[in-house]
Design a protein around this ligand. Sequence first.
Ligand code: M6P
Ligand code: ZN
Length: 188
Amino acid sequence: MSNYCDIKHSPTFVDWSTGFLTGEGIEESVKKLGELQGLFQDDSAWRSMDPGTVVYRVQFWRPVKDGTAGGLFWGATEVRPGRVGDEFFMTHGHFHLNPDRAELYATIRGSGMLLLMTEDGETWAETMWPGSVHYIPGRTGHRVANVGAEPLVFVASWPSDAGHDYERVLTSGFPKRLVLRNGAPCLV
Ligand code: M6P
Ligand code: ZN
């Protein structure tokens, strides 16, 4: 929409209380338990659960074509509360196909952990709470777990030519996992 002197309203809108995006060209992907085979350590616990259970959903806005050098994307991810065995619900996690590309995350609501892993397998976690901002350097795998009782929502921005390398996470995996131990989250 534009008026007479070239001032436009952006067609994209974020509700900061929920992270929810509205407007033109917003895409969405929903990840259910059944699609996340091999991700959680306790395979028998995974099999005993309803495969239709939603683990997380991502809304994203790609103002330029995927793969464009120099552009940026924006996304909002909601990770539902829950566990498979004693392991918290989490995103798949990925490295970037264009390995040196970085990314920013900022938490809107809930309580979580950002798991980070170098290419050598060194792993650590950063706590996520409303307002926390996280810089994810290039060559660093990233995954988010919800360690609270309510949905965890965070926004993200990443280069349009970053790409997602999921294979590497599946084959070599994150060496550390976020589990419930004596009533509290623990990286083991
Ligand atoms: C964030 C961004 C997205 C990513 C999403 C879910 O919003 O990092 O690029 O797709 O989280 O993570 P994953 O792709 O690992 O499932
Ligand atoms: Zn990423």
